[in-house]
Write a protein that binds this ligand. Structure first.
Ligand code: GDP
Ligand code: MG
Length: 162
């Protein structure tokens, strides 16, 4: 069975950009409009002899509707299907209340989660480290999806979680 990885996080953190990097395709819609990718999108990825299935999701807002509404979101369905969850946050924006709410839900769901800090271009990783460590989700992986930076390291972390 191919391992399945779900990309989750609030809108605009770069999930679809990362999906494109991982699947090396242009299938996922990348846009400046928050929440534009509404449905789940599946893509095949291949890394060092292993096939993966990657699921891109519309953003979790985390901001309204409470737990029930969150759990109805397509992203949570994708998470159910996944072996691993890559939880994306925005290194430029820093940690937000929505990120914290999503983190709480992910913890409750009990799936293996890798915290991925995206948009680290122009960001001092050491400066933002403490903030993201405080989420209590372990050591984050730092990437810049739109620059293709950190993708190799990300694959290594994902492999190690299987
Ligand atoms: P999604 O809503 O989480 O799927 O986010 P998208 O992949 O659509 O990206 C939202 C915006 O962030 C787009 O304008 C992307 O080009 C931009 N973006 C994605 N990754 C990076 C990155 O590593 N650095 C910067 N500076 N911008 C990025
Ligand atoms: Mg998207």
């Amino acid at each position: 069975m191919k391992p399945v990885i779900a990309l989750v996080g609030r809108p605009n953190v770069g999930k679809s950009t990362l999906f494109n990097q991982l699947t090396r395709s242009r299938d996922a819609l990348v846009a400046d409009y928050a929440g534009l990718t509404r449905d789940r999108q599946y893509g095949a990825a291949h890394h060092e002899g292993r096939d993966w299935l990657v699921i891109d999701t519309g953003g979790l807002t985390g901001e309204r509707g409470g737990i029930e509404a969150l759990m109805q979101d397509q992203a949570w369905l994708a998470m159910e299907e996944a072996d691993l969850v890559a939880f994306l946050v925005d290194g430029r924006a820093g940690l937000t209340a929505a990120d914290e709410q999503i983190a709480a839900e992910l913890r409750r769901a009990g799936k293996p989660v890798l915290l991925v800090v995206n948009k680290t271009d122009g960001v001092d990783e050491h400066e933002v480290q403490a903030e993201f460590w405080a989420l209590g989700m372990g050591e984050p992986e730092y990437i810049a999806a739109s620059h293709g930076r950190g993708i190799g390291g990300l694959w290594e972390r994902l492999e190690a979680m299987l």
